[in-house]
Design a protein around this ligand. Structure first.
Ligand code: UT7
Length: 327
């Protein structure tokens, strides 16, 4: 069996920034409420770019960072809750845009845990030797599926994409990964696509194809599952939090991360947070955070990090990684 390493990262977010003040002109909210309840100050909102456009820009950056040509990529997985179209997969659009002519390309749908799921799937292909070099991307234009009249949700989300290049080799990089789902809780976070309306079915007059969520249920789930996922992956690999340089949680709400820190009696500085500038970018958030850490040179080869995601599905997952990029 091969080992798998991350050899490059990239990210991209639309240039247009929307502040909490701008949101307070759309719905009955305030900068003070949003900051105190979520930690979010602003988010990037697309002015026309679609998910594949963001994903392509993140991918090109990751290829450059890894010093790899698009033709050398043989697997592309895009994780997204907001793909461009039903068909083709956003991954195929990215493949066409970057000229990755030798790749198999497909999407995964695991909401905010999508990047961890994509990583988990890619690892299986690389470990067995079925593929050699993978491009995995978390990309979202959530602004097109947000209900801009619902203050419970529209204040949370932002657009963006993050990418990583993985390579099969002999040196250990990804130490451990696990992903799981709890479909019995699926109703807590939904975004329907199109209604069943045809010769045999009338469709539902209240049908809405926008995000809706039971915020309190997701919040409780998130705190519990992030803390238990971190504990589990540490225990399974005989590590403690002292061995970990950074924990990168899905960036949804600063209060969720604060409660996890308290639950684990951890050092808050170990938990990387950038949600104040991006909001919740769903499948992209962990990948964008990892790229920011890479660009800021916060990690050196040998450092251990934990990525941990949770989201609609409900889904969750975590990965323990030894950083192998030497800057
Ligand atoms: O990637 C996963 C995606 N989802 C999440 O991560 C969501 C997790 N959940 C959350 O982050 C929190 O549930 C929220 C931040 C969304 C909401 O916090 P909460 O503590 O659950 O607040 P709440 O919904 O109970 O609202 C408290 C009050 C209510 O007013 P009353 O009934 O106490 O008078 C709401 O109507 O705040 C009101 N409220 C707002 N006020 C100003 C709700 N949204 C807003 C708003 N601005 N945007």
């Amino acid at each position: 069996m091969n080992e798998v390493q991350i050899i490059g990262t990239g990210s991209y977010a639309p240039l247009n920034i929307m502040t909490n003040h701008q949101l307070s002109e759309l719905v009955d909210t305030s900068d003070e409420w949003i900051v105190s309840m979520t930690g979010i100050k602003e988010r990037h909102i697309s002015q026309g770019e679609n998910t594949s456009d963001l994903a392509t820009k993140a991918a090109l950056e990751a290829l450059k960072d890894a010093n790899v040509k698009a033709e050398d990529i043989d697997l592309i997985i895009v994780a997204s809750t907001s793909p461009d179209q039903f068909v083709p997969a956003t991954a195929c659009l990215v493949q066409g845009n970057i000229g990755a002519v030798n790749a198999m390309a497909f999407d995964v749908s695991a909401a905010c845990t999508g990047f961890i799921f994509a990583l988990n799937i890619a690892i299986q292909f690389l470990k067995t030797g079925e593929r050699t070099r993978a491009l995995i991307i978390g990309a979202e234009v959530l602004s097109k599926i947000v209900d801009w009249t619902d203050r419970n949700t529209c204040i949370l989300f932002g657009d963006g994409a993050g990418a990583a290049i993985l390579e099969a080799g002999t040196k250990k990089g990804i130490i451990s990964i696990n992903s799981a789902s709890q479909g019995q809780k699926a109703r807590f976070l939904t975004c329907p696509t199109v209604d069943v309306k045809n010769t045999f079915a009338k469709g539902n007059k209240d049908f809405k194809s926008t995000i809706s969520m039971d915020g309190k249920e997701i919040f409780k789930f998130a705190v519990k599952i992030i803390a238990s996922s971190i504990n589990r992956i540490l225990k399974e690999n005989n590590y403690t939090l002292d061995d970990i340089k950074y924990v990168v949680c899905h960036q949804a709400n600063a209060r969720i991360i604060d409660l996890v820190v308290r639950r684990l009696k951890a050092d808050k500085n170990k938990f990387f947070v950038n949600l104040e500038r991006y909001g919740n970018t769903s499948a992209a958030s962990i990948a964008i955070a990892m790229d920011e850490m890479n660009k800021k040179k916060l990690l050196k080869a040998g450092d251990k990090i934990i990525l941990v995601g949770f989201g609609g599905g409900l889904t969750y997952g975590a990965s323990l990684i030894e950083w192998t990029i030497n800057k």
